[in-house]
Design a protein around this ligand. Structure first.
Ligand code: MG
Length: 252
């Protein structure tokens, strides 16, 4: 398929989708409290999507049964909302994509439930900042490897591992477009970024090592060693200098 360069009009549509993703994630995050079931977050997401006239990118994707992914503690990504009860001290990764006027937005945020310990808090802050390091590296003329290396270096220099088997991706009319965006790599390698490329950058950081396993539900991805994991994601449009973050309000 190749990497698709978007026109200004297409990016304007993606800005609308991104705004919806940001707004829904903010609302869902604000509802999280100890004692609630993760499926309640799916219900809130469905309600907000209806209000905003958008639909979930995830529901029905390869049979995924919910509007968003909810991954708790050692769950990295692709958790299915259900009867699991959130406890004081948990960390919860919310990953959500929406389609509006045929264009997609995709973002993720890891939030706390009640009072969490300092180690978990540091993991979340570092993962958030790792995403920002990746975004800061993404501009016209750099290589994809420059972005991947910026992410890897930021995370690993602070003592965390980056998940290798799951990556970011191009995004536009489709949720997953070329290129894949690994969270590790070598500077100066891979395709050159151009203004108008739209990318979902999404580092996943583990306290332990980067190996993963998939749960019996065939969706939920966990750390193989049971260590905590956090996930942040934004959809961006590459520019001459600073990239435009299309899903920025997620944790404003
Ligand atoms: Mg994504």
């Amino acid at each position: 398929m190749g990497i698709i360069i978007k026109s200004d009009v297409e990016i304007a549509f993606m800005r609308q989708a991104g705004k919806i993703v940001a707004e829904v994630l903010k609302i869902v995050s604000e509802h999280i409290k100890p004692g609630m079931k993760t499926k309640e977050l799916d219900i809130i997401t469905g309600r907000e999507l209806e209000r905003l006239g958008a639909r979930s990118s995830f529901k029905g994707y390869r049979g995924f049964p919910a509007n968003l992914c909810v991954s708790v503690n050692d769950e990295i990504v692709h958790g299915i909302p259900g009867d699991r009860v959130l406890n004081d001290g948990d960390i919860v990764s919310l990953d959500f994509g929406a389609v509006y006027n045929n264009f997609q937005g995709d973002a993720a945020v890891t939030v706390t439930v009640g009072e969490v310990n300092p180690e978990a808090r540091r993991l979340i802050e570092t993962t958030r900042n790792t995403l920002e390091a990746g975004i800061a590296a993404a501009c016209d003329g750099v290589t994809l490897g420059d972005v991947s290396a910026a992410i890897q270096n930021y995370a690993e220099s602070r003592g965390y591992s980056v998940v290798r088997e799951y990556t970011g991706h191009g995004i536009g009319r489709e949720m997953h477009e070329d290129p894949q965006i690994p969270n590790f790599g070598s500077p100066g390698t891979g395709p050159v970024l151009k203004k108008g490329m739209t990318l979902a950058i999404e580092p996943m950081l583990n306290v332990g090592d980067w190996h993963t396993r998939v749960a019996g539900d065939n969706w939920t991805v966990l750390t193989a060693d049971g260590s905590l994991s956090a996930h942040f994601e934004h959809t961006i449009a590459v520019n001459d200098k600073e990239a435009e973050v299309l899903t920025r309000e997620v944790y404003a």
